[in-house]
Design a protein around this ligand. Structure first.
Ligand code: ZN
Ligand code: ZN
Length: 135
């Protein structure tokens, strides 16, 4: 679970919302095995990652790892704990998003920003009513 959290944190903290497998394996340097307190083996992390992907917690896209749908559905509190933003348009967590507002710090899904622009026929911020910058 420690490793899982560390990997999720890495992904959430990354700009693209995804990391390469090597980065995930690097977490073994920071997190010892919960039971033996020893450094985890590379193969252990790889096996763990495969397990996570098989059960939907993580997803592998080409050679990148991103958050799987199951984590978003079943562990939303984990995301809040990692101060992940919530999209004000759809109220789901944003991992890969944009910051369209020049005044406030909201993070929005790209497609939600597009939808919001279409619906409001303008660029008014959903939060602070200030204009959004144009993409
Ligand atoms: Zn959204
Ligand atoms: Zn705003």
């Amino acid at each position: 679970m420690h490793v899982f959290k560390a990997i999720v944190k890495l992904i959430v903290g990354s700009d693209e919302g995804q990391i390469i497998e090597l980065d995930a394996i690097e977490t073994r340097k920071k997190i010892p095995d919960a039971l033996s307190k020893k450094k985890l083996e590379v193969q252990q992390i790889q096996a763990f990652l495969r397990q996570l992907c098989d059960s939907g917690w993580m997803e592998i896209q080409e050679d990148h790892i991103c958050i799987g749908p199951r984590t978003l559905l079943e562990l939303p509190q984990l995301f809040e704990a990692l101060t992940c933003a919530e999209c004000p348009v759809c109220n789901y967590h944003v991992v890969q998003g944009i910051r369209p507002c020049t005044q406030c710090e909201i993070k929005v899904h790209k497609h939600c920003a597009q939808r919001h622009r279409k619906l409001t026929r303008g660029n008014k911020c959903i939060e602070c009513k200030q204009p959004w910058n144009t993409l």
